[in-house]
Design a protein around this ligand. Structure first.
Ligand code: CIR
Length: 275
């Protein structure tokens, strides 16, 4: 397969580099043993999950992301959800300590993969932190207080990132697994959110776009540059976003949604040339 890569001129004559790199991991054979917190277990069709994931990867590639595959972890049912294993900022990466014990070994290969691109710091016990609980808007980092991420993680993350000019704020989340189930950044100062699951007041002067009331799970969008990757299952919210002028690329994400996953969960995006 030919990779389509958007390129930027680097400082060196004749050398081009991709604008961004995306780390993904294939859907494991054991996906049906995934952790579930709010959803009832339903059978996940592995072939369909892999097909949808493949289209997601192809979409990222078509948007200029150079996609790198992390090593498969078939014995880790949730290992496709690589977002939970790290927070990648322009200046550094923070390797998390996922809140589900079954997921903690997933971080090893993430740390190995990110090492060449970012200085890596680690979240250590007793802190627990899932990447899915982290929403970055400018220099503000919001962390969902959920079954996966605790107050110690907020303190520890603050200690790591405040020297770089970020602030870290804990956010109450109700009714869903992660903060990113309830709210995601969709611009430099804009958030798509579900007011049933997170209080809009926490976001202050950030522009807020609500999901359509019939689509409570529609608050998860992945920003690639100034465009959005979004699940095809939420047409009413999609229409709202398009009406606001967003360029939105949809992909079917119904199979991994049964595992409480969504579009941001399946990749870690590294902006090239930022470190
Ligand atoms: C879990 O419970 O850990 C997985 N079944 C779903 C993780 C989804 N990750 C994410 O939203 N970042």
């Amino acid at each position: 397969m030919t990779l389509l890569i958007s390129v930027v001129e680097s400082g060196h004559a004749g050398i081009v580099e991709p604008m961004r790199i995306g780390f993904v991991r294939q859907v494991p054979e054991t996906i049906n043993d995934c952790e579930l917190t709010y959803l009832e277990r339903q059978p996940i069709d592995l072939a369909n999950a892999r097909r949808q994931h493949g289209r997601y990867v192809a979409l990222l590639t078509s948007l200029g992301v150079e996609v790198h595959q992390l090593p498969a972890m078939d014995d880790r049912p949730d290992s496709v959800f690589v977002e939970d294993t790290a927070l990648v900022l322009d200046e550094l990466a923070i390797i998390t300590r996922p809140g589900a014990a079954s997921r903690q070994s997933e971080v090893v290969s993430t740390a190995d993969a990110l090492g060449p691109y970012r200085k890596c710091k680690r979240i250590e016990a007793p802190a627990t932190l899932d990447g899915g609980d982290i929403v970055v808007v400018g220099r503000r980092i919001f962390v969902g207080l959920t079954t996966r991420s605790n107050n110690t993680a907020i303190d520890d993350l603050g200690g790591i990132v405040e020297p770089y000019g970020y602030t870290v704020e804990g956010v109450a989340v109700t009714g869903c697994l992660h903060l990113k189930s309830a709210a995601t950044a969709i611009g430099p100062n804009a958030v798509l959110f579900n007011p049933e699951w997170v209080d809009e007041d926490v976001f202050g002067d950030i522009d807020l776009i609500r999901v359509h009331e019939d689509e409570p799970q529609g608050a998860n969008a992945l920003m690639i540059g100034d465009e959005l990757v979004y699940a095809a299952e939420f047409p009413r919210t999609l229409e709202r976003l398009a009406g606001l002028g967003y360029v939105v690329h949809t992909v079917a994400a119904s199979e991994l949604a049964k595992a409480e996953g969504a579009v941001t969960c399946c990749s870690l995006i590294v902006e090239a040339g930022a470190a």
